[in-house]
Design a protein. Structure first.
Lengths: 114, 114
DNA sequence: TCTATAGTTAGCTATATGGATAACTATGAA
DNA sequence: TTCATAGTTATCCATATAGCTAACTATAGA
């Protein structure tokens, strides 16, 4: 199994592309075949397949081929790793004693930039 | 302001690098100068500065220079965008009627791969 | 058995990324 | 006013990424 850091690298990288996020959005709703997933994209199939490969290597999706049809499904556990990391950062930030002062300062800046 | 999709692209991309995540972890605890942030990394300063640039363009951090010292601080709002997206995917997945069956299937697979 | 369907494999290209060094600017301190 | 500190700018390089086309394999259906 990959270590936690490597997995964060590959999961965040996989999510940094709109095509791949759209695939995840589809697969969050239902398992789908390669053709079904590729259909909305104006992209050659081998190009699309690279995105599927990136998602699969990151652990965000899983796929199996039955006959000539490959079906993909999401693996929600992989999303959890990123959520955990993000929650940790937020917890650190929220635990800071200087948080309120900073937050007010940010609000002031936003107000000024309007 | 960039649109939501572009911002997800750049925020996820920014987080897909261990150096940049380490910077975020530090800044979640306290605002710090460039030198302080760069110190733990065995990397030339201009290389490190590129990471700071990526984080700043993504909106994850902010910086201002006073005298010759540049101080960076985290902007936790930018983390929220990714958390929102991830929560949405999880909600979709959790709302599925076939969820339980899939979950059991995954558990079975994990069991087999032990 | 022929043919269409559903992917796959093998290359090619342009651009982006993550690193480096060298040389520079600007500021604080002695 | 000289010197060290803290970044910055300009260039360069190797590798990774995201796209393409062409040609292929394997299977379902007529």
């Amino acid at each position: 199994m990959d270590n936690y850091e490597n997995s964060l690298d590959s999961v965040f990288h996989a999510l940094a592309d709109p095509t791949r996020r759209a695939v995840i959005e589809r697969l969050s709703q239902k398992a789908s075949t390669i053709s079904e997933l590729a259909e909305p994209f104006n992209m050659a199939l081998p190009s699309f397949m690279k995105h599927i490969g990136v998602l699969e290597k990151s652990g965000l999706i899983d796929s199996k081929k039955v006959g000539r049809v490959r079906t993909c499904e999401i693996k929600p556990e992989a999303l959890s790793a990123t959520q955990t990391w993000l929650d940790e950062q937020r917890a650190l930030w929220e635990g800071r004693t200087d948080r309120l002062a900073e937050y007010v300062e940010n609000l002031t800046k936003e107000e000024q930039s309007k």
